[in-house]
Design a protein. Structure first.
Length: 249
């Protein structure tokens, strides 16, 4: 019997929520696909029509998480008027607020999901891409509005925010301060430093300095190196030529 798209979406969400509850209580190894299916109210075999493994359910949770963060930020009427730092901080705070009801689940799964090797890249990629795309848009918007200058390493800088986000979530998971105030301060101060560096064009200046040093020191010494290589080649030819001459005589 065919089921509607809405029913499929509801089943999918029920499976994810059942997995979140069970993994939070028992850990990933302690939560079986059969138990998750039973708690979600779907047949044992039906769960595999939605997710092939427990890991796939976990990844789906995080992918949905970033989609939900995006929707929440898009609903802020004046979000486009925020500075880059305010946008990034709102993204981080929104993410942590949405994680809060599932903090035990996040604590059990976050490191295994976000510290993956290349063989699992296809699973983490949709999760990572959702975050990267949003930050890329924020940085591009800040450049277009001339809040920050063009960034010579723009794509690399966007990737660094992904690493920074992961670090902040791990810090939050270990934060025992009231209302996670230490995490809030850490996010505020680290983003302030990062955005100040972007406004000052630090990366561009480092690149300009590296280019200057390369052109005026490395390239200038290439002639010196070539001269020494030519001299060595000449000595070698004289030596081998002289040796051959002695043999012929």
């Amino acid at each position: 019997m065919k089921i509607s798209k809405q029913q499929k979406a509801e089943n999918r969400q029920a499976i994810i929520r059942a997995a979140v509850a069970m993994i939070a209580e028992k850990g990933v190894k302690g939560a079986s696909m059969r138990a998750i299916a039973n708690q979600a109210g779907v047949a044992d075999a039906t769960i595999y029509n939605y997710f092939p493994t427990k890991d796939a359910i976990v990844f789906a949770y995080y992918e949905d998480h970033f989609a939900s963060c995006r929707a929440e930020l898009d609903a802020i009427a004046d979000f486009n008027a925020y500075s880059l730092q305010e946008r990034l901080q709102t993204l981080y705070e929104t993410s942590l607020a949405q994680y809060l009801p599932d903090r035990d689940f996040v604590a059990r799964t976050f490191k295994s999901v976000f510290f993956l090797f290349s063989q699992d890249f296809q699973q983490i990629k949709p999760v990572r891409d959702r975050f990267i795309e949003q930050v890329r848009e924020m940085v591009s918007s800040a450049i277009d509005s001339e809040e920050i200058p063009d960034q010579v390493f723009q794509e690399l800088l966007v990737q660094l925010f992904w690493d920074h986000y992961i670090t902040m979530v791990i810090y939050w998971l270990t934060d025992t301060s009231a209302r996670f105030t230490k995490t809030s301060v850490m996010i505020d101060k680290s983003l302030d430093l990062a955005c100040s560096a972007l406004r000052a064009g630090v990366a561009n200046k480092v690149f300009d300095l590296a280019t200057f040093l390369f052109k005026n020191h490395v390239l200038n010494r290439m002639g010196f190196i070539r001269d020494r290589i030519d001299t060595l080649h000449a000595i070698k030819q004289d030596f081998t030529g002289g040796r051959h001459g002695r043999r012929n005589s």
